[in-house]
Design a protein. Structure first.
Length: 464
């Protein structure tokens, strides 16, 4: 049973509980640190969040003092705040999910992910050492950028990786993290959804212009094309915020937890919740940052590649993407029904994200294999024709620099983007991939200015 959408307080607390559980299990963080640095805002009243954002002072949020407990060896976590208790439960290698009751069992059989053994030797294995001499870089500027990323500890940068010409030239971590740490990554998972769709397109199981995508869409939704989902322009009704220039303090509207985050916070069947939403805009006309589209795009890949078999699809992204490129630390979490919450509940090592960035830099080529084709590679990095309310900068689940929103990088840059300024920046004209992993709380401390300056230093290190 899902948490009711008309109980915003419990939804928010449940979401925070799930984030705490995953952070402890996968990243090895302390529960209180996760709450303070990554998710206290989820459990906070909207007015408190609004004040923190307007004053750029998260002190009020730090006053929240929940009781966090682990059970069953850490596979069950509870968080109690203001007399309410929320639960998150682990379903094997599919990670943690919100549950309304600690006795909840998943509707699928948790399936082990057989991960390749650690090896050395880039790119499928990890580099034994970083050799900046392998590429023509200005190492002084590169070191200046590295120091800048970590100069302000309040900005919460945890890891950076830079690849140039396909080779690692910079790798650095904030203690106690290291190369094997699986970091929270939030909406960078949307770009994974695009990549999986690209695999289906290359296999001739999906066409970008294909319509009549789901059996439930026998009405005007039948006109939604696959490219509309990938451009976040399906037109489906889906309340939400967290897009550009939206009110990031808002978690509820008219007494209902926002659809955009309800899929994370409730333990509902995310596919069913999304696929049954009505249409409010003509498909392909209105771009908006909403989680329904990447969740449905991934469901579409499941339909095309394994006939909709939830059980078989649990291992499919690992076999057909992650393990082929050596990204052995990736974790895609699910809801209790086996749907990947790929729009935000994903964990991975910094080097894994660098490999995914390099794959897109190489337009889907990896060694002798073409994982997705060149036409699809161009699609994801090209701004959609849909009219966004603000800058029309999204391609296929990748933001792009076509409008120069990152002034220190060339206009051909595009990136994977996650909350807390998680980034995989891809700059084809400079043969460059830059990864930055961090925590949500860092945004309040001048992080955007730091990142733009660091990107510029690294770009100049290539051109100098």
């Amino acid at each position: 049973m899902a948490i009711p959408q008309n109980d915003p307080a419990l939804c928010g607390l449940s979401w925070a509980t799930k984030v705490i559980a995953s952070g402890m299990a996968f990243t090895g963080r302390d529960a209180d640190d996760i709450f303070r640095r990554s998710c206290n805002w989820m459990a906070a009243p909207d007015a408190m969040i609004k004040e923190a954002l307007e004053t750029k002072n998260p002190a009020a949020l730090l006053a929240l003092d929940p009781t966090i407990e682990t059970h069953n060896g850490g596979d069950l976590v509870s968080v109690t705040l203001d007399g309410r208790t929320a639960w998150a439960k682990r379903f094997g290698d599919q990670g943690f999910s919100v549950v309304s009751d600690p006795d909840t069992e998943p509707s699928f059989v948790p399936t082990p992910i057989e991960r390749p053994a650690a090896t050395s030797g880039w790119p499928e294995g990890d580099p034994e050492a970083i050799d900046r001499g392998m590429t023509d870089l200005n190492t002084d500027l590169l070191q200046e950028a590295s120091d800048l990323y970590f100069a302000n500890p309040m900005q919460m940068t945890n890891a950076i990786v830079v690849l140039h010409k396909g080779q690692p030239v910079l790798e650095r971590y904030r203690e106690p993290y290291g190369r094997e740490t699986q970091f929270e990554s939030w909406s960078m998972g949307k770009s994974i959804a695009a990549t999986l769709a690209g695999i289906a397109v290359r296999a001739n199981q999906l066409r970008l212009d294909e319509t009549q995508l789901f059996d439930e869409w026998t009405d005007d939704r039948s006109a939604i094309a696959a490219r509309d989902l990938l451009n976040m322009a399906s037109g489906l009704e889906f309340t939400g915020s967290f897009g550009k220039d939206e009110d990031h303090s808002e978690k509820q509207r008219d007494g209902l937890f926002l659809d955009h985050i309800y899929v994370y916070a409730s333990g509902c069947d995310a596919h069913d919740f999304c696929v049954n939403k009505p249409l409010t805009d003509a498909p392909g006309t209105a771009g908006r940052y909403r989680n329904c589209d990447p969740i449905l795009a991934t469901s579409l890949v499941r339909e095309r590649m394994v006939g909709g078999d939830v059980q078989r699809f649990l291992t499919w992204p690992y076999e057909h993407l992650f393990h082929k490129i050596g990204a052995r630390g990736m974790i895609l979490e699910t809801d209790p029904y086996g749907n990947f919450l790929i729009s935000g509940h994903d964990y991975g090592r910094a080097m894994d994200w660098a490999r995914l960035g390099q794959l897109h830099l190489q337009r889907g080529a990896w060694g002798s294999e073409q994982i997705f084709d060149n036409v699809f590679a161009e699609f994801v990095r090209t701004p959609a024709s849909a009219a966004w309310a603000h800058d029309p900068y999204y391609g296929g689940f990748f933001p792009t620099n076509a409008t120069g929103i990152v002034p220190t990088l060339p206009r051909d840059a595009f990136w994977m983007s996650g909350g807390g300024r998680q980034r995989v920046m891809i700059v084809p004209s400079l043969d460059l991939v830059m990864v930055r992993m961090g925590h949500l709380s860092g945004v309040a401390f001048g992080l955007d200015e730091t990142l733009n300056e660091a990107y510029g230093l690294i770009a100049r290190s290539v051109k100098s």
